[in-house]
Write a protein that binds this ligand. Structure first.
Ligand code: ADP
Ligand code: MG
Length: 252
C-alpha cells in the first residue's frame, strides 16, 4: 500500500534497505528532498552514499522499502526512461572520449529523441561557461579536469531534468578548480531551480552548497538538517566528530 503523496517532495526514500552479501549498504534509510532543494549526502567511504543515490534512478534496486521520484514509485517507471529523465553526474564525468564536446553534451537529448538536441547542448555548454563556438569541436582529452566536469554537468542539464543526481562531482578536482565549480553550481541552481541530491565526502562542501545535509554512516542517516543545525546541534557523537574535523580542515 502506498502512503500519501507529498507533491512538493521531489525525492523520497522510506525504510530503504540494500545488502550485498553480509554487508548492509543501506540499513533502513529515510530521506525526503523538497522540489527545488539541494540535499547533500555526506559520509566516509563505504557509508552507502552512492548506493542510496543510485536507488533514485534504479541503477540500484533496493531489497526493501519505497523510493519515489516526483511522487512516483520508481519501480513503476520504465528504468531506461527514468535514467534519461534524471540528470546524473559522476566523479570522473564519464564523457565518451571519442565524441566531441558538443556531441557529448547532446547525448541525453539525442537519446530522448528531442529535435532540438543540439540547441539544448549549446545552451547547456553556455550555462557552464564553455561556449560551443569555442569548445564544441574539441575532444575531452583537450580539456582540463575541471572543464570536463563542466561538460559532464552540461550533459546532465541539456535535457532540462527536474532532478539532478551528483556523485562526488567535484571530488577529483584541485581546490581552486573546485571553488570555481562550486560558484558555477550555485549560480545554476539559482537559475534553473532543479532539485539536487549531491554526494560528497567533504562536509565543508556540503555546508557550502546544500540546503540540508544528511550525514550517513553504515547505511543509515545519523542526522538530516540545515548546515547550521548540523554544526550547532550534532545529533550523535559521530556527527560531532565530523564537524570538529571539518573545522580543523577550515583552519588549515
Ligand atoms: P559510498 O558511496 O558511501 O562510498 P557505497 O554505497 O559505494 O558507499 O557502498 C556501501 C557499501 O556497500 C560498501 O561496503 C561497499 O563495499 C558495498 N557495495 C556497494 N556496491 C556494491 C556492489 N555492487 N557489490 C558489493 N558490495 C557493494
Ligand atoms: Mg560512493
Amino acid at each position: 500500500m502506498e502512503s500519501e503523496l507529498t507533491p512538493s517532495c521531489a525525492l523520497e526514500a522510506q525504510d530503504v534497505r540494500k545488502s550485498y552479501g553480509s554487508v548492509a549498504a543501506l540499513a533502513g534509510v529515510e530521506l525526503r528532498v523538497e522540489a527545488g532543494a539541494c540535499v547533500a549526502l555526506v559520509g566516509e567511504s563505504g557509508s552507502g552514499k552512492t548506493t542510496l543515490l543510485r536507488c533514485f534512478n534504479r541503477t540500484v534496486e533496493p531489497d526493501q522499502g519505497l523510493v519515489r521520484i516526483k511522487g512516483r514509485d520508481v519501480l513503476r517507471l520504465d528504468p531506461i526512461r527514468l535514467r534519461r529523465e534524471t540528470g546524473f553526474v559522476q566523479q570522473e564525468g564519464g564523457l565518451l572520449p571519442h565524441w566531441s564536446i558538443l556531441r557529448n553534451a547532446a547525448m541525453v537529448p539525442v537519446l530522448r529523441d528531442m529535435e532540438d538536441a543540439e540547441d539544448r547542448a549549446r545552451w547547456a555548454l553556455d550555462l557552464v561557461g564553455l561556449p560551443a563556438k569555442e569548445y564544441g569541436d574539441r575532444w575531452p582529452t583537450e580539456l582540463s579536469g575541471g572543464q570536463r566536469q563542466r561538460v559532464a554537468i552540461a550533459r546532465a542539464l541539456a535535457s532540462h531534468p527536474d532532478v539532478l543526481l551528483m556523485d562526488e562531482p567535484f571530488g577529483a578536482l584541485d581546490a581552486i578548480t573546485r571553488t570555481d565549480l562550486h560558484e558555477t553550481f550555485a549560480a545554476l541552481r539559482d537559475r534553473l531551480g532543479v532539485t539536487v541530491l549531491l554526494v560528497t565526502h567533504d562536509l565543508q562542501e556540503a555546508f557550502l552548497l546544500a540546503d540540508r545535509v544528511a550525514v550517513m554512516r553504515d547505511g543509515t542517516i545519523h542526522q538530516l538538517g540545515a548546515p547550521g543545525e548540523i554544526r550547532g546541534e550534532p545529533a550523535t557523537a559521530y556527527v560531532a566528530q565530523l564537524v570538529r574535523r571539518a573545522r580543523v580542515g577550515e583552519a588549515t
